[in-house]
Each structure stands twice: as C-alpha cells, then as structure tokens.
Design a protein around this ligand. Sequence first.
Ligand code: ADP
Ligand code: MG
Length: 332
Amino acid sequence: EAVINRIAAGEVVVRPANALKELIENSLDAKSQRINVMVKSGGLKMLRIEDDGHGIRAEDLPILCERFTTSKLQKYEDLLSIGTFGFRGEALASISHVAHVTVTTMTSNDSCASIAHYSEGKLQGDGVRPCAGTRGTTLMVENMFYNNPTRRQALGKESIEHSKVLEVVQRYAIHYPHVAFACRKFSGSNSSAFELSTTGGQLNSRDVIGTIWGQNLANELFPFEVKSEEPPFSCRGFASNPNHSARSSTLILFINNRLVDCAPLKRAVEAVYQPVLPRHQHPWVYLALDVDPATIDVNVHPTKMEVQFLHEEIISQRIQETLSSQLRTMGG
Ligand code: ADP
Ligand code: MG
C-alpha cells in the first residue's frame, strides 16, 4: 500500500514548484497577510513556507496528512459552490508521501504552538508536541523524492527547479498584491539571499509587477478588462504593448484565483500579438479570469496545472477581440 501511495503521490507532486503552489494556496486560504518562502537546493533539500494565517487546531494535526480526511468539502454539490478545483484534501497527503513534512502551527486560541512530523501520510512516533511559536503555520518539506530516485533524476538541475519555485511565488505575489511575499534562497551555512520581497498592504498588481519584472515593463503595460453575461465570465489584467521586447512569451493566468495553465488560451493571446510584434519578440500578459465554478472540469486533478473549462473557445475569442482592439488603439 505504501508503494501505491508513493506512486500516486508522485503523479500529483511532480516537482518542488507544484508542491509550493499547493502550500501557498493553503496559506492564502488561511487568510495570511505574510508568506515567507525559503528554498534550499531548488526546493529538493528543503522548502519552507511560513505564514501568519489562522493556524491549524492541535486536535486536527494527527490526521493532517491523511488522504481526503481533511477535505473541507462534505458533498459533491459543495464543489460547485465553493469554487475550488476538483477534489480537495490531497495536497499535504501527497507531499508527505514523497518527502518528510514538519508542521509548526498555532491558532489564536492556543497558548503555545504545536509541532508534528509526518512521513508516508502518517504522524510520526513522537506525536504532536508543544513548542514555542507565533500565530500561523510553518510547513517544512525536506528531502523531496528521497524515496523515489527515478523521479528525482528525471528533474532538471537544481537551478531550474529553483527558478520554477521562484516563478510560483512571483506569480502569486502579482495576483495577491495585498499579501507580503518573500522568497529567500538558502546559500550555505545560515546565510540566505532575498530574491523577492513585496510589502503587501497598499501595493497593486502593477506595483508588484514593477518590483519583480522592473519598472520598464510595469510602466508600459496597459490594463485590460472584459465582462460578459453570456457566457458569464469576467477577465482583468495587464498586457504588454507592442513596443515592449520580451525574449519569451509569458502568460500568467489565474482562473478563479488559482494559478493554472491553459494552452489554448495562451495560443489565443499569442495570436493577437503575432502580427504586431517584431520577429523574436513576445507578449507579456497577466490575466485574472473568473468563470462560473460549475463550468470548470472538476475531473482535472487539483494539483495539475492544466485546466479545462466550458466555453473555453468563446471566452478565448472575447479576450482576443478586446486585446486586439486595445493593441490597435495603441497604434500597434
Ligand atoms: P485542502 O487545502 O484541499 O483542504 P490540503 O491537503 O492542502 O487540503 O490541506 C489540508 C488541510 O490542512 C486544509 O484544509 C487546512 O485545514 C489545513 N491547512 C493546511 N495548510 C494550512 C495553513 N498554512 N494554515 C492553516 N491551515 C492549513
Ligand atoms: Mg490545499
């Protein structure tokens, strides 16, 4: 059974960056205002995420990493109303099957924090113990794929994994500008360098984009908005103007506040820019799309990045029309 769980979890957690995406979403679900990420060896040796959210009750810790048990969703209908993708309650379970997990957490009702270690989905022998801490949760994920050398070897260099981890933090920082995000790279014997730090509070998405990608890009982005009743959706974001030169095409896409990939939508955006951009230049676009949660394919696993939704074609087309008319008015 352990082997089956490990294989299943390996399908879900394919690399440090996608584990981190789940952990950030948990911190955001817990209403955190600060999220600090620490990365060691591309996240393979260690990935630590510290938040100031509402914490986890000590009595919930024994089953924290068991599959499905922690799911907030009691009935299938809840899936449609809550707006999360797919079946939930699996992320921590999956991570604990491919790595060693340590949780330190404290709620505002607790007089001290609690610490617990997990592996293979289970609370480890020493159980839940009291420890010092402040309100919030720190999740430490160590030695990812220690029990799956094949998977580990299939990954890229540590530097590639590191940049994918950083990219996830950058993208969430844009979409949640009121949350203060920090990402540090551990670089040997207690030293670490900040690679990203946003202040939260009053910053808007454009300010965060400037902090991360530079003011040059941020200043020339144009805001973008589409609203539709039929099919019901809304989309807002920022898009680069045709004079901006980018070496690779970037579409940062959030659907219903989850970071996702959608290849057809990315192609649709690229097609709008293609005639107006010089050769070898690419668009940079951030889109926050909200659709009826009932129209997202719930069979796509929650931790898979690629998403499918109803009316994908019409929605892509509407986004294309708005983008291209804006590019035209800019004289592109
Ligand atoms: P899901 O988020 O789908 O419920 P997860 O495995 O990601 O499943 O998390 C399990 C549960 O653990 C969450 O529902 C939540 O109650 C709790 N949890 C995980 N991370 C945090 C966190 N950073 N702060 C507060 N609660 C958390
Ligand atoms: Mg979760």
